[in-house]
Design a protein around this ligand. Structure first.
Ligand code: ZN
Length: 60
């Protein structure tokens, strides 16, 4: 597990936007459906979510 960065996302538990750590599973990179694990820095709630703009990701 590699912590890449933090992002402002809506937390289902805090019921508001909080800073989330983005954790990307290296094993998931090679799968078709790549999801990122977001961990709320406020309450520690974890949830799998897709990127904000999947279509904006660079594809080379
Ligand atoms: Zn939270």
């Amino acid at each position: 597990m590699i912590t890449l960065s933090s992002e402002l996302r809506f937390c289902d538990r805090c019921m508001l936007k909080t800073q989330h750590e983005i954790i990307e599973d290296p094993e998931a990179i090679y799968t078709y459906k790549r999801k990122r694990l977001y961990k709320c820095k406020e309450c520690g709630h974890k949830s799998y979510r897709r990127g904000l703009r999947p279509s904006a990701e660079s594809v080379y």
